[in-house]
Design a protein around this ligand. Structure first.
Ligand code: PLP
Length: 232
């Protein structure tokens, strides 16, 4: 087995154990293998080991990798954008990705919706990125503005709002991130009540803390270095 296959197997085992602790079905959660700064060959190894969902941060890097992977027969791969998106890259993002997890502003939402409908009749699945720690330097909707933003996004014909995503403040230990994960889950619950939308996806947890995020209800965990090693 390759190192990437080994590490994937370990992450999957730990995901299953975390789900079991929380009394959750492991089938209810998806692993997003974060392949930013990793070569297409690494993605190919992960694909060969059964991993089909990948996360990328940069549109241009993703475009090259996606076409390289498609060229080697990896057509079963799915791609999520998880990094900040500039409006002038919305056209390309709306075409490349199966989901944009990092939707962080309404003008961007409008542009993505418009661009998606230019070439596809099916709406682009999106998550609203929430600045769950209210950090001044961090992207995302504040928890306070989330309800109004969700209703606005729900009215855009080219997007389908599927849930929330967050990158909590850095904490020295994984356990210290738990209150932020819990806060995101509670925000999703509150938004379901006020908007009537299902908002079924919660993207939270990275290599350091995905097990805690799963205990708190994550449906998507974004794991990079624990699978691919350091990004150099
Ligand atoms: C890079 C990145 C990850 C993965 O981080 P690791 O610590 O390598 O698991 C997850 N989410 C986002 C938004 C990222 O930018």
């Amino acid at each position: 087995m390759s190192l990437i296959a080994d590490q994937l197997a370990m992450v999957r085992r730990r995901m299953a154990a975390a789900c079991e602790r929380a009394g959750r079905e492991v089938a209810s959660v998806r692993l997003v293998a974060v392949s930013k700064h990793q070569p297409a060959a690494a993605v190919g190894e992960a694909l060969a080991a059964g991993q089909t969902l990948f996360g990328e941060n940069y549109v241009q890097e993703a475009r090259e990798k996606i076409s390289q992977i498609a060229g080697t027969g990896g057509s079963g791969a799915g791609w999520h954008l998880i990094g900040p998106l500039q409006r002038n890259k919305a056209k390309e993002a709306a075409r490349l990705f199966d989901m944009v997890e990092s939707l962080d502003a309404l003008p961007l939402a409008e542009e993505l919706s418009r661009r998606r409908l230019e070439f596809l009749a099916t709406p682009l699945p999106v998550l609203m990125q929430i600045n769950i720690g209210n950090e001044p330097q961090k992207a995302g909707f504040s928890p306070e503005e989330a309800a109004a933003a969700a209703l606005h996004i729900a009215g855009l014909p080219g997007l389908r709002l599927r849930g929330l995503m967050a990158i909590p403040p850095f904490t020295p230990t994984a356990e210290e991130a738990r209150p932020y994960f819990r806060a995101l889950r509670r925000l999703a619950e509150a938004l379901r009540e006020t908007t009537g939308m299902p908002l079924e996806e919660l993207s939270m947890g990275m290599s350091q803390d995905y097990e805690i995020a799963l205990e708190e209800g994550a449906t998507l965990v974004r794991v990079g270095s624990a699978i691919f090693g350091s990004r150099g």
